[in-house]
Design a protein around this ligand. Structure first.
Ligand SMILES: [Zn+2]
Length: 171
């Protein structure tokens, strides 16, 4: 576990940038990574945590920046391997950020933690992500899904029309 932790600490001094299938990039700034750090399941008693991701589509490019995330809130139910978000509280975070930013800070997707070093989506994640691609009302063609493992953060992009989900490569 010590090795996994130091691997994660290394990444804490830099932004993470992932390549999108359409040639664009999605950036996870170091400040956001640092704010997630306390939720990493590096202790066997820590429950899964998660929330929504908010940010911007950069004009005249395919680039996306994650500016802020929401954190586990009262009413969320978490166990070691499951996380259920209480919808209303997280929706309020989305609505407030949208208003405060003059309608630039928008809903991009979701994040949650996994108690494994190199996370991959569970079958429940896969079902939930596909449901979001189908039902979430957003202007964009894509939603992003981040899983925070104990030594790696991995990002997936889901395409709403085709409902395909692709793991993104770190640049
Ligand atoms: Zn999961």
């Amino acid at each position: 576990m010590k090795n996994a932790l130091s691997a994660m600490n290394l990444k804490l001094c830099d932004n993470l940038v992932y390549a999108r299938p359409n040639g664009g990039r999605i950036k996870l700034p170091v400040e956001v990574i640092a704010s997630i750090h306390g939720y990493i399941q590096n202790d066997r008693h820590k429950p899964e945590g998660g929330g929504v991701m908010l940010g911007r589509y950069i004009i005249d490019s395919q680039d996306v920046v994650i500016d802020k995330i929401s954190f586990p809130m009262p009413g969320d139910r978490a166990t070691r391997t499951t996380f259920f978000r209480k919808k209303r509280a997280h929706q309020q975070v989305i609505d407030r950020a949208w208003e405060a930013s003059n309608h630039t800070c928008t809903y991009l997707g979701e994040w949650h933690t996994h108690p494994e070093p190199h996370p991959s989506p569970s079958s429940i994640d896969d079902t939930n992500w596909k449901r979001k691609l189908k039902n979430d009302i957003v202007d964009s063609d894509s939603l992003f899904f981040l899983i925070v493992g104990t030594s790696e953060m991995r990002m997936w992009e889901g395409h709403r029309r085709s409902r395909t989900i692709t793991m993104l490569k770190l640049l």
